[in-house]
Design a protein around this ligand. Sequence first.
Ligand code: ZN
Length: 143
Amino acid sequence: MNENIENLYRQVIMDHYKNPRNKGLVGYPHVHIKNPSCGDDITIEALIENGVVKNIRQNGSGCSICCSSASVMSEVLKGKTVEKAQELIGKYYDLLKGQTIENADELDEALVYQGVSKFPARIKCATISWKAMEKLINGEHDE
Ligand code: ZN
């Protein structure tokens, strides 16, 4: 990957880290996940109605990869149908495995995490909020 793209990706990550979108919980069904190896601690809430992800809220603390990816995930998946969200989640996991994916631009700003595939220890940081969202979409949530 060339240096300019890496710089751009870093800027997007730092922007979401410093100015997180959809931050703060409002009481929708939620899933809480921790990543002890890094101290990441994230709660994702989702309002899913009539097969559509109507709203996503996120809160937590952790490293820049973890916190920024929760913000990016909330923007990318909000407003999508459940089927589309599931498809995009699968694509995101493939991206982080270093696989080539079709219609990659559908992932929008989540594409900036493709470089994480080179750092296996950080993949959990980049996927924790997406795993929480995947559970919510599948109808699972914490009490
Ligand atoms: Zn982390």
